[in-house]
Design a binder for this molecule. Structure first.
Ligand code: UT7
Length: 329
């Protein structure tokens, strides 16, 4: 029987209009443009403004654009998986709300929570539904409204994050294009260093949790940085070795955009030159689940059929992983 792979047949993204610059942050907290750029590589990030708007308002426009681009009706979509850390609600899943907003009336959907590795975890999950032969049109969305859980009085986190979404369409391919291999990992002991203290079942919302600012991202930056540098680089090198890919075989590294220094370390470990590294952290900051599809969207015109892409991420949980994609169009 011919092997089916899940090819990415369309890609799109959406970022909100409001641009939060380093200059504006300098007025909000004790920071400088120089510190932010030299320590992270970020110059600006996008923020979704407006009451009553949530992560689905980033994901839905990305999906609408995706459908238009591929020229298919929303009713043809069978499954929508949304990777997000900032769902519209605790329940129901944001994927269901996106389905409703785009008119994907025949799709089922659910969310995946794996912090900054969420898009990779969701992409692998979606690919399995295609590889099994059960479905032929699966959408994977990575969307986060990080501004909803960022404390804009905390200089150690508020400079890092932004809002945005990206989406890909997966369809079956029998010529070997698409998601070829993946390595996904998690280590729950890392939760101490990067988490949201309250709002879940361990510590439900209360006046006290709000007064103590426990509904925001908490990050102990240095341990996360050290783990990210090691794990993202290790897993990227591992997927190359496993698939006998040399650095010259890799057309693009598509890294999670948390810190330019982490990205540079990963590229060095893979032996990949900076000209092969997708980078848009300076414009969007860390959009969590959005970073990797937003990079693909930005660089799509430069991709060629047959290019080997290594997608790599590290995030809260801890979670991390890499995916080898053979670009198919
Ligand atoms: O995407 C999910 C995974 N997350 C990551 O991968 C993030 C990993 N961590 C990082 O990227 C970095 O640790 C940060 C960018 C968060 C911080 O950079 P750092 O070089 O590790 O700085 P640091 O935390 O060691 O802080 C160094 C100094 C401190 O001051 P003192 O104690 O030396 O006086 C901080 O208070 O920099 C200070 N600092 C700032 N100064 C100006 C921290 N944030 C800022 C700021 N502006 N925004």
């Amino acid at each position: 029987m011919t092997k089916i792979t899940a090819a990415i047949t369309a890609i799109s993204g959406y970022v909100p209009d409001y641009v939060l610059t380093n200059a504006e942050l300098e007025k909000m907290v004790d920071t400088t443009d120089e510190w932010i750029i030299s320590r992270t590589g970020i110059k600006e990030r996008r923020i979704l403004k407006g009451a009553g708007l949530g992560t689905s308002d980033l994901g839905a426009p990305a999906v609408k654009r995706l459908l238009e681009k591929r020229g298919i009706a929303a009713s043809e979509i069978e499954l929508i998986i949304c990777a997000t850390t900032t769902p519209d609600y605790v329940f129901p899943a944001t994927a269901n709300i996106i389905s409703d907003k785009v008119g994907a009336v025949n799709a089922f959907g659910y969310d995946i929570s794996a912090a900054c590795s969420g898009f990779l975890f969701a992409l692998v999950t979606g690919s399995k539904f295609i590889e099994s032969g059960q479905y032929t049109k699966v959408i994977v969305v990575g969307a986060d409204k990080m501004s909803s859980i960022v404390d804009y009085t905390d200089r150690t986190t508020c400079v890092l994050f932004g809002d945005g979404a990206g989406a890909v369409l997966l369809e079956p391919n029998t010529e070997g294009y698409g998601i070829r291999d993946s390595i996904l990992r998690s280590d729950g002991s890392g939760r101490a260093f990067l988490h949201q203290k309250s709002g879940g079942s361990v510590s439900p919302p209360s006046y006290k949790t709000i007064d103590n600012k426990e509904h925001f991202v908490f990050q102990d930056g240095q341990p996360v940085f050290k783990a990210a540098v090691t794990k993202m680089a290790d897993v990227s090198a591992e997927i190359m070795e496993k698939n006998h890919l040399k650095s010259e075989d890799v057309a693009w590294l598509v890294p999670h955009q948390a810190n330019k220094r982490i990205i540079d370390a990963t590229a060095r470990r893979m032996g990949v030159g900076t000209e092969k590294v997708m980078l848009n952290i300076e414009r969007y900051g860390n959009t969590t689940s959005g970073t990797i599809p937003l990079c693909l969207w930005d660089y799509e015109k430069q991709l060629k059929k047959g290019d080997n892409l290594i997608l790599a991420a590290f995030g809260g949980g801890f979670t991390w992983g890499s995916i080898w994609v053979k670009w198919g169009h």
